[in-house]
Design a protein around this ligand. Structure first.
Ligand code: HPA
Length: 274
């Protein structure tokens, strides 16, 4: 499905009518473990994805599937409690649909969070990583199809998908909070099967530090329509083949639960400084 500009506008108009004049400036996509932040938004207006024209449902475990508007860390935010993934059967234009809608509503910044496998053998499960760049080589772009010039140019520059200015804020915030923050490249694999050990070795050779099934499409879309992006990964498990044990969804959810205090303090600290 290729969406027209009018479709995005229709979704944005539907939401705007329910916001009573609030203009969100920062959009946040909450992945595994951080979804609870959507529950602490002040003066919340929550809209289930199913009520927004053309927005798809999020079927992933631990993803609530609603947009929450309100205030968080002193900022007017739009929080996506749960995201859509390609592995759920959606196209990349579906996966990143909400980003364009939030841009139309006024969001200038996108904060993305996720859980991912740790590819580096000198790092540990439970570590947090600032995403400095990403690799999405083996699947089509969310920008495939007719370009919508209202959002951006046909061939957008991708030299700094993750804004250097926001990376600096993240480093300073982590240091102030004595939170140790790795930095690295997020390698996108579309899943839903976890990677094979051979794939993880390939990812390492190709320059990935973390491997996961989300985030990259939304970030390409956000960059295209002129948003500044800040991204964090919780390294929820060592990637396949590093430890002599199988990977499981439960391990990811447990790690997310264990890290949620540290992770949320860091993200809220950055949000406050934006
Ligand atoms: N691989 C891909 N996606 C993931 C992983 C992983 O090891 N852990 C959490 N999300």
């Amino acid at each position: 499905m290729a969406y027209t500009f009018e479709r995005y506008q229709r979704s944005a108009d539907h939401i705007r009518e329910r916001l009573g004049g609030i203009v969100p400036r920062v959009a946040m996509v909450l992945g595994s473990g951080l979804g609870f932040l959507g529950d602490v938004v002040e003066d919340p207006i929550a809209i289930p994805y199913g009520e927004i024209p053309d927005l798809k449902a999020s079927t992933a475990p631990g993803h609530k599937g609603r947009l929450v508007f309100g205030r968080l860390a002193g900022k007017d935010v739009a929080v996506m409690q749960g995201r859509m993934h390609h592995y759920e059967g959606y196209g990349y234009d579906d996966v990143s649909y909400a980003v364009r809608v939030l841009r139309l509503l006024g969001c200038e910044t996108l904060i993305v969070t996720n859980a991912a496998g740790c590819v580096r053998t000198d790092w540990q499960a439970g570590d947090l990583m600032l995403i400095t760049d990403q690799i999405k080589l083996f699947s089509e772009s969310p920008l495939r199809g007719e370009n919508l010039p209202e959002f951006g140019v046909r061939f957008p520059d991708a030299s700094h998908l993750y804004a250097l200015r926001l990376q600096k804020i993240a480093r300073e915030t982590a240091a102030d909070m004595f939170i140790s923050l790795r930095e690295g490249v997020y390698f996108y694999c579309y899943g839903p099967q976890y990677e094979t050990p051979a794939e993880v070795r390939a990812v390492r050779i190709l320059g990935g530090d973390a491997v996961g099934m989300s985030t990259a499409p939304e970030v390409i879309t956000a960059n295209h329509c002129g948003m500044e992006v800040l991204g964090f990964t919780l390294l929820s498990n060592m990637a396949a083949g590093i430890l002599d044990q199988p990977l499981s969804e439960q391990e990811v959810l447990d790690a997310a639960e264990a890290a949620k205090d540290k992770f949320s303090r860091l993200v809220l600290g950055c949000l406050r400084k934006l």
